[in-house]
Write a protein that binds this ligand. Structure first.
Ligand code: SF4
Length: 77
């Protein structure tokens, strides 16, 4: 079963290039300020969410497993 995820976008870092909304449109959407928001963390597979996080040019996306608190992206150490 897919883990329940917490997905966050750091709006200080986000430059609104829409890479994440392209790769995982079921999760991310740009708001009126062209900032990405993680509106539905269950909207894509974990694989596609991680792909979006990895491809964010400014590393604005963090992904955590809600149940375990484990950070899935960015990976620590
Ligand atoms: S890929 Fe990163 S910088 Fe681009 S819109 Fe998404 S969060 Fe913002």
């Amino acid at each position: 079963m897919a883990p329940k995820l917490r997905v966050r976008v750091d709006h200080v870092k986000c430059v609104g290039n829409a890479m994440c909304t392209e790769l995982a449109p079921g999760v991310f959407a740009l708001n009126d300020d062209r900032q990405s928001e993680a509106r539905n963390p269950a909207g894509e597979t974990l694989e596609d969410i991680l792909k979006a996080a990895e491809n964010c040019p400014v590393g604005a996306i963090t992904v955590e497993d809600v149940e375990t608190g484990q950070r899935l992206y960015p990976r620590s150490g």
